[in-house]
Design a protein around this ligand. Sequence first.
Ligand code: IMP
Length: 197
Amino acid sequence: MELVLASKNPKKLVELNAILSQLGIRVCSEADVGVDIDVEETGTTFEENSLLKADAVMKASGLPAIADDSGLCVDALQGAPGVYSARYGGEGLDDPGRTRLLLENMRGADTRGAKFVSVITCCFPNGDVISARGECHGTISFAPMGEGGFGYDPVFFIPELKKTFAQLSPEEKNAISHRGRALQAFKEKLEEYLKTK
Ligand code: IMP
């Protein structure tokens, strides 16, 4: 079985294939099936946005399509940046700029709890939809630490490990991350779904 990934990110393609190849599934890119669409993420939840992306690519390609949507939700900021994580502070900022803005906005906050969320959705041409959510809970550090990862990784601190996501190896991060957990849950749901077919 082949799934099209609704994303232009080659790292996500590798990550999904590593897990889903265990089910005999090949995940291919939009380019592989001649699709090139930019889906506007107009939803207000991770579930809505991942569904919007998967549904649009499924309809454009005629093939089952998979998408993920993720972000960081900070308690002291009432869940922000949330679904706006990639656009926090506007188009002009890069990853370190967004991280700095987050730390500035948390100055004086009396709680530093936060979670990363990832929702993976797959839309099939027959109308079936499978969706799975993964979360990883931590705190926001007072300063960036570590060189690995991307996005908000240098300030997302895991108290149990006494390290930020940016201080973990990719394998260590995948084992506990929101995306790793969502992908594992998704794999289990897809396995059950395929048994009914
Ligand atoms: P998307 O899922 O590609 O839309 O990513 C949303 C945004 O959330 C990214 O641009 C990052 O800012 C943030 N984000 C999602 N997952 C992670 C992660 O694992 N580490 C750091 N930042 C992340």
